[in-house]
Write a protein that binds this ligand. Structure first.
Ligand code: GLC
Length: 804
């Protein structure tokens, strides 16, 4: 425990400063060399290398005295180069303009650089670039009174990171996550610089060692620091916030479509101890009609915590158990940690040592660190041979019917080292291009999930796997969903999970969510009810809790809480076609599923730091209750017309409203013009119950929606086995037109019949017509509810005119 001693004055009250350590700078530029899409700038003490890419992006590297390895880390995908079309010198300034629209200028005296867009607007204004004797390198750049910062992955605090300083160093933080906790499990060194009325800009520092982003300390400037002297920076223009995310995910990848079941509700506990307990949870869930797809197995399923084993007494016949659960519609996801128990009788350990798959020092000594199984070795995922071996080991689970894996402790967390992770002088093999652990620490978890995902793909014979991870680096979205680690059953942690998930989404990680109800500490029923309402609308939706805490499944707090949770999850399952289409959008464009309001309303200053509301996709606005005892809250509705999702009440936006929110209700709004698909309630995502899809159209505005459908299970969509339909709603005068266009039809059937429900028509309809004047066969209008219902036959294209 820390006491006040921690802040005793040490050195006569002087604050610690940078000291007088020698500072180095690039210095005078001697010459430059322009290639096709590249520029080399030769300075006195270091060089700069520029690579221009099509995504209005430039990669800028500082090359200190000796030539560093120029290859990007595994975070980055190959990019297309773009020509340099102009090289100029203007006084002391060198200027390089690319066909991608960007211009980099380098100050000829000091080597500091800036980046501008086509119209000369500054994207990044470098003020200084310096390093010390240990090569800790810092870039400082200008920020203004109107600067806002987003991204940075999984960080504590609010949405806007201005005024904050964060380190990137994957860490297992069991201590409560508070604003001072500046390094957590994930490190995504992406900074989005946003100013109203100016182009949004992305800055990505591809350095998986320890880095710092400081938007706090230096007044009118922000600083980016690399402790290893690896300034490998990508700078790009949006110009919109959405474009920043789109381009960032073109650089680091987009999430593959998960199996549909992974969108379902997931129930976990550290631990469901044995077969009887797991089956009891499964039966209770079905008996209570709480929709659910996934059950988790935490570390107790293993024999002596050895990965790729089953505990012989607790889980005697896993295949039979899995079959029984599959019959009830459940998937099972077991935990797999990186630590492999040091035990010469254990085949995984033996093989790993014999084949040289484990992390070792330069001199050959294995790194052994203690985790759950005691002293353990750690696979070296930087080595393709080791990664493949690890991936293939997962056939052990696949053989029992498992399709999803939970990667934990992969920062990696180590109990008995001083730094709580792997020794920094471990030398990762990296296929002949070795890196110390200190240089590549933040990549360890991502490379573990990559090995896992790829191994599962190989083993699953065409089915999509699901991988969940605690640790990750930029690009983790290509392999795994992310949960935000060991939070607590605190209202504050529930509130903080919103901006955390939103910034993860802006950082490319669309598939993320917190442990619903909180992991450690003891949850109350009210907290679980409110957190389930929130979590039911976040991309990753899992209730998990720690050993020795109060039980936290939805039914542990009496009937009222159970009913609230059921209702919240029912909503998620009814909205599954909407959610699944958003996952498709994320996989196609990188856009987040849960969005800060600012993403859709970039000119709205009220949205800059709005942390207790979010949008699911573009059209649903959720305003969770994040305080105990609250039965009402202020909700900010952006400009336009909104409807209360439950009551249908029409609300003018551009203002705050007071929402009524008894425990049963989480305020939820739909944008006028929205087209919201809903399906009949299922108890699990792929439950075959049929029934028409309902397309809810909210009149009073215009909009469109792309509905994506496929088998929800295989990679067939990559070969075109999917259907993509676009619905559009327009209004003029006394009529509205709903149009359907099929953009891609790669499924055998034409789609289930559709039921159209038009909400909030301004007046009773007089006619519902197809454009050639033919009357729609069946429609009815509920005057009191102002709902028009139309049934449509199976059809690929239509236009429906509704006249009122
Ligand atoms: C870590 C994980 C937690 C898990 C526990 C036991 O604390 O973050 O989710 O339950 O380990 O495996």
């Amino acid at each position: 425990m820390l006491t006040s001693e921690a802040i005793q004055p040490g050195d006569g009250g002087r604050e610690k400063g940078p000291g007088d350590a020698t500072v180095h700078r690039i210095g005078r530029i001697a010459r430059t060399e322009t290639g096709s899409g590249t520029v080399r700038v030769y300075g006195e003490k270091a060089d700069l290398a520029l690579d221009f890419y099509t995504e209005r992006m430039v990669r800028i590297r500082v090359l200190l005295a000796d030539e560093p390895d120029g290859s990007p880390t595994p975070a980055v995908l190959p990019q297309q180069m773009e020509q340099v079309v102009e090289t100029a010198k203007d006084g002391d300034e060198f200027r390089f303009r690319s066909a991608n629209g960007l211009t980099v200028s380098v100050d000829g005296e000091r080597g500091v650089f800036s980046v501008r867009n086509e119209r000369g607007e500054e994207l990044l204004t470098g003020l200084d670039l310096a390093w010390d004797a240990r090569r800790q390198l810092t870039l400082t750049a200008a920020m203004g009174a109107d600067s806002h910062f987003y991204g940075l992955g999984e960080k504590t605090g609010f949405l806007d990171k201005k005024g904050e300083r964060y380190e990137m160093w994957n860490s297992d933080v069991y201590e409560p996550h508070v604003p001072d906790t500046d390094a957590l499990y994930q490190s995504i060194p992406l900074l989005i610089h946003y100013r109203y009325g100016a182009p949004a800009c992305g800055v990505f520092l591809d350095d998986p060692g320890r880095t710092v982003f400081d938007m706090r300390t230096n007044g009118d400037r922000y600083a980016i620091r690399s402790e290893n002297g690896r300034l490998d920076l990508y700078v790009w223009e949006g110009p919109s916030l959405k474009d920043v995310v789109r381009r960032y995910t073109a650089l680091t990848g987009r999430p593959p479509l998960p199996p549909r079941w992974a969108l379902g509700y997931q129930q976990s506990r550290y631990s469901y101890m044995d077969r009887a307990e797991l089956l009891d949870v499964a039966r209770t869930i079905r008996a209570k009609r709480i929709p659910c797809d996934v059950l988790y197995l935490d570390i107790h399923y293993m024999d002596e915590y050895k990965v790729f084993t089953w505990h012989p007494d607790r889980f005697p016949d896993p295949r039979a158990m899995m079959e029984e659960l599959a019959g009830m519609g459940f998937q099972v996801v077991p935990i797999v940690d990186p630590g492999v128990k040091k035990d010469p009788k254990y085949p995984v350990y033996r093989e790993g040592v014999q084949e040289g798959y484990f992390c070792a020092k330069l001199e050959g000594e294995l790194f052994i660190g203690s985790v759950w199984p005691g002293p353990s070795a750690f696979a070296d995922f930087t080595d393709d041979r080791a990664a493949r071996w690890w991936g293939d080991l997962h056939r052990f689970y696949i053989d029992s019917g498992i399709k999803g894996i939970w990667n934990d402790m992969n920062e990696p967390s180590v109990f008995d080292t001083a730094n709580k992770t792997m020794d920094l002088d471990v030398l990762h093999a990296n296929n002949g291009n070795p890196k110390t652990h200190g240089e590549w620490h933040n990549l360890y978890g991502m490379l573990m999930s990559k090995a896992t995902y790829e191994g599962m793909v190989r083993g699953l014979d065409g089915e999509r796997p699901f991988v969940l991870t605690r640790a990750g680096y930029a690009g983790i979205q290509r392999y795994a969903a992310v949960w935000t680690g060991d939070n607590r059953s605190y209202w504050e942690h529930m509130a903080m999970s919103i901006p955390m998930v939103l910034n993860l989404g802006l950082s490319g990680v669309a598939f993320a969510g917190p442990d619903i109800g909180g992991f450690s500490h003891h949850a109350t029923g009210e907290l679980v009810a409110r957190w389930t309402q929130l979590g039911a609308l976040l991309p990753f939706c899992r209730n998990h809790s720690a050993i020795d805490t109060s039980r936290q499944e939805p039914w542990r707090f009496g009937e009222r809480v159970e009913a609230v949770c059921r209702e919240a999850l029912n909503l998620r399952y009814r909205l599954m076609p909407y959610l699944y289409s958003l996952f498709y959008e994320a996989s196609a464009s990188g856009l987040p599923i849960a969005r800060p309001l600012l993403l859709e309303y970039p000119d709205d200053r009220n949205a800059a730091n709005l942390c207790d509301q979010f949008l699911l996709g573009r059209d649903l606005l959720a305003a969770p209750i994040v305080r105990p005892g609250a039965t009402a809250r202020a909700v900010y509705l952006p400009a336009g017309v909104w409807y209360d999702y439950r009551t249908g009440e029409r609300l003018e936006g551009g203002r705050h409203v007071l929402a009524n929110a008894p425990l049963e209700t989480m305020p939820l709004y739909v944008r006028a013009g929205a087209i919201l698909p809903e399906q009949p309630l299922r108890q699990y995502a792929d439950e075959a119950i049929g029934g028409a899809l309902t397309l809810n159209v909210y009149a009073g505005g215009e909009g469109s929606f792309r509905l994506y459908e496929d088998d929800g299970r295989t990679f067939g969509y990559e070969q075109g086995a999917y259907r993509l339909r676009e619905f559009g709603w327009t209004e003029s005068g006394r009529e509205g037109v709903l149009k359907l266009r099929t953009l891609h039809q790669g499924l055998p059937d034409g789609g289930e019949p559709l039921k159209i429900v038009v909400h909030a028509l301004p007046a009773s309809p007089v006619d519902v017509l197809f454009p050639d004047g033919e009357k729609a066969a069946r429609w009815r209008y509920d005057e009191a509810a102002r709902r028009l219902e139309v049934e449509l036959p199976e059809t690929a294209e239509f236009a429906l005119r509704i006249v009122w």
